[in-house]
Ligand binder design. Sequence first.
Ligand code: HEM
Length: 144
Amino acid sequence: MYHDHLQAVKATLTEARARRDLQAMGDEMLQIFLTQYPEATATFEGFELDYIARHKFCKVADALVDVLEYPDYSGTSLSEEVSRHQIYDVQDREYYFALVDALVTVVKSSLGDDWDEKTEESWADTVSGFRHNIDLAFRENFDR
Ligand code: HEM
């Protein structure tokens, strides 16, 4: 089952990349996120937003694939990211959840009618694993 979910998530990402420009998907992901959390704009001050948008899209997509493909590594690496992101003052777990939800929204809209029940289930599984690892990471790093 997990293997099926992994294949479905990877295939969806590949398909989205084939159908849409990476920059456009990254821009949309960031826009959805910053519309939800406008105060987070300050976090990206001084960085080139075009670069951040496409780079972050790739990094977040990789982190989501890791949840299913390398569960142990995913736990460790997300904990390290949460710790490392303190230099950017990212202290709110809801930010991680929202950025991931924004990516899923973009990928889903890129797939249109090809986003079927199996795809939905595979992504729901991935996102719930990601949230679990972020929760553990916050407990580890911030004791909350
Ligand atoms: C799944 C969630 C996330 C992952 C996997 C992730 C990953 C990364 C990585 C790998 C870098 C370093 C880029 C590099 O040096 O190559 C980075 C940088 C950064 N991240 Fe994240 N990040 C995540 C969530 C967030 C969130 C929620 C925010 C803010 C709201 C954020 C803000 C930043 C900023 C400001 C930088 C520095 C600029 C840059 O190098 O891109 N990140 N992130």
